[in-house]
Design a protein around this ligand. Structure first.
Ligand code: SF4
Ligand code: SF4
Length: 78
């Protein structure tokens, strides 16, 4: 049987580091959101709020990590 929980690694926002006010003071838009071509990181609470990664759908491409100027996204292994 296929185990849907068997994902090995995904992106995780470090909410201690993440600050849309600092990385994007002019419009509060997270650069990592637009960098994710899989559209699995979103600012669901709006601009100037930290994004959330839908980890089950994350492809582990790490484009979001490269895009974040504050190093606020990390690789999480399970
Ligand atoms: S994840 Fe990075 S780019 Fe996105 S809002 Fe947080 S600090 Fe800014
Ligand atoms: S690792 Fe890739 S798929 Fe996952 S949230 Fe980041 S950019 Fe999107």
């Amino acid at each position: 049987m296929v185990n849907l929980q068997s994902k090995k690694s995904f992106a995780m926002v470090d909410y201690e580091r993440c600050s849309p006010k600092r990385c994007s003071p002019e419009n509060g838009v997270c650069a990592s959101v637009s960098a994710c071509t899989h559209k699995v990181i979103k600012q669901i609470d709006g601009v100037f709020e930290s994004p959330i990664v839908f980890q089950d759908l994350c492809m582990g491409c790490w484009d979001c990590i490269e895009a974040c100027p504050l190093d606020a996204i990390q690789v999480r292994n399970v």
